[in-house]
Design a protein around this ligand. Structure first.
Ligand SMILES: Cc1cc2nc3c(=O)[nH]c(=O)nc-3n(C[C@H](O)[C@H](O)[C@H](O)COP(=O)(O)OP(=O)(O)OC[C@H]3O[C@@H](n4cnc5c(N)ncnc54)[C@H](O)[C@@H]3O)c2cc1C
Length: 398
């Protein structure tokens, strides 16, 4: 039977990050993914400063200019119609970017492969069998793989979590989001837009500009009992006809179908490991509860899982170390984001907060960096993290 130190299920940002960091520590891995890359992933394609820093750590280089859109500023519209422009630092490296997931994930797969990981595309995880001192990973229509450590980077619906009986009954994610690519004629469509619409709070609509001239338009809302699938469809059907959105986008031509997908954002209450498996990325519900962004968190949890495995020890010790590092690096940020998200469900609070943010250059600049995760969300509340790494002076690739 083939064997590897780690089998990683899922070759998205979480799985490839785990594979690359493992390879850097001399740990072998086989990464399986049911998809063939390049593959699309329903996403806004936005990379925060956190995601960019994690990519830089992996040795990732931004792709060609026609695939990579650097973001220097953000246009926000508050629920009462006030428009705010936030500026990110200029000439000091990259703080935010937009890149299609088909491009990003494919490049990560290539990077993992050149780092030494074995990538098996079109390979479907079927289940696991626990033996005395190893685990057999069952693959659809192929030979099983023998391993000691399993990393579940298999997304929101994590088949690994299900096969281990660790999935939460009737859990459908915390956010629900729609997105579609368009060609747009509006002059202002080359900016990155976030619209805080009164009926979407706590949530928002966006238009993110892509380097090839298209835009990624979508909306995300918190899942609520009284918000049914057909309500979401209706919001989507009329979103582009809202006058202020139409004014920005101009006339639009769809470039492919719309897609909808949930976003899991409850890291602090999710089981992070069971048996031989460590859960990372969406499989660990690691997305930011306030914005729904999860690429940076996927890369970070992948790195933390690989580090814990590379440090060695029994499966229990590895699991404990992974959990400890996730708690230490991410829990306080996640909790604060969740609390702020609850506050932002009130229109008056959202308007008042945006008014304060717009009151000076200083507040606009720092809020932009905070919103794009240049600082850990709760850094001001966690003095143990007050060091240079938490307050970086430059962006990525500088
Ligand atoms: C509409 C929308 C917009 C979003 N916008 C943003 C954004 O702008 N910025 C941001 O940071 N985040 C955004 N997110 C969140 C982000 O997309 C996720 O958090 C991120 O993709 C998580 O990465 P991952 O590697 O954990 O999982 P994924 O990217 O979902 O990768 C999981 C992989 O597992 C594979 N897999 C699944 N089942 C199996 C199986 N049985 N066998 C083998 N392989 C399997 C899949 O093929 C897939 O490649 C958005 C999400 C949505 C839904």
């Amino acid at each position: 039977m083939i064997s590897a130190d780690i089998v990683i299920v899922g070759a998205g940002p979480a799985g490839t990050s785990a594979a690359i960091h493992a390879a850097k520590s001399g740990v072998s891995s086989i990464v399986i993914d049911k998809a063939h890359f390049p593959r699309d992933k329903c996403c806004g394609d936005g990379l925060t400063a956190l995601a960019l820093r994690e990519l830089e750590l992996l040795g990732f280089e931004p792709p060609a200019e026609e695939q990579w859109q650097t973001i220097n500023g953000i246009q926000i519209r508050s629920p009462n119609g006030r428009e705010i422009r936030l500026q990110l630092p200029q000439g000091r490296g990259e703080y935010a970017a937009v890149v299609p997931r088909s491009v990003l994930d494919s490049q990560l797969v290539d990077l993992a492969s050149s780092a030494g990981a074995e990538i098996r595309q079109g390979t479907v995880f079927k289940g696991i069998t626990n033996k005395n001192d190893y685990t057999e990973v069952l693959i659809e229509g192929q030979e099983s793989i023998k391993t000691r450590n399993l990393v579940a980077a298999d997304g929101m619906w994590s088949p690994v979590r299900k096969s281990l009986g660790a999935a939460k009954q009737s859990y459908l994610g915390d956010w629900h989001a729609f997105r579609q690519y368009f060609t747009a004629t509006g002059n202002r469509s080359r900016d990155l837009w976030v619209w805080f619409e009164p009926d979407l709070l706590p949530g928002y609509a966006w238009s993110f500009p892509l380097a090839d001239g298209k835009v990624n338009v979508g909306f995300g809302v918190m899942r609520k009992e009284n918000l049914k699938g057909r309500d979401l469809q209706e919001i989507w059907a009329n979103l582009l006809d809202r006058p202020h959105i139409r004014e920005v986008l101009g006339s639009t031509v769809p470039e492919g179908p719309y897609k909808a997908w949930p976003i899991p954002a409850r890291l602090t209450s999710m089981l992070l490991h069971t048996g031989p498996a460590l859960f990372v990325g969406d499989a660990a519900a690691a997305a930011d509860p306030m914005t729904g962004e999860g690429i940076g968190q996927a890369l970070e949890t992948g790195r933390l899982a690989a580090t814990a495995i590379a440090e060695g020890g029994t499966l229990k010790e590895i699991a404990k170390e992974y959990e400890r590092s996730v708690r230490r690096s991410m829990h306080s940020d996640h909790r604060l984001a969740r609390a702020l998200n609850t506050a932002l469900s009130h229109e008056r609070i959202t308007n008042a907060s945006l008014k304060i943010i717009n009151s000076s250059d200083w507040s606009r600049r720092h809020f932009a960096r905070w919103m794009f995760e240049d600082y850990p969300r709760a850094v001001m509340l966690t003095p143990r993290r007050w060091n240079r790494a938490s307050f970086p002076l430059t962006g990525s690739w500088k």
